[in-house]
Design a protein around this ligand. Sequence first.
Ligand code: DQA
Length: 145
Amino acid sequence: MKVLIINGPNLNLLGQRETDKYGKENLEQINLQLQKYARKNSLELETFQSNHEGEIIDKIQMSKDKVDVIIINPAAYTHTSVAIRDALLAVNIPAIEVHLSNIYKREDFRHRSLISDIVNGQITGFGAKGYFLALEAAKDIQKND
Ligand code: DQA
């Protein structure tokens, strides 16, 4: 089973950026732990981060028939990107939305996610743990298919 984790803009700055909201660990450290977790759970895991909407869309399109579950934190694009929503709909791959912070406890403009109604589920507010919870959920998605 292959899982792809996509992280959107500014998440390359984890560990330096607004650490009160996003935590002190950097993305490389989180990804290393996720790879370890994936190996233990017999999952093949690819991680991808981009600050560019088009690159995220290309990555989603290229995943068609190659990836079983997409875990995505679109970061600021969560609230703006019809194009990422359309790409997820186009490939028809089960997807899990993750946010480190609880987007519903923050500014009004963060309360609206343009993908929340098309993903299998959303995990928000548990910091980096959310990615691990999503991997756990991904295993069940596969089982239930
Ligand atoms: C975020 C929440 C978004 O509103 C914000 O733009 C981010 C990160 C999160 O993980 O909490 O960059 O997706």
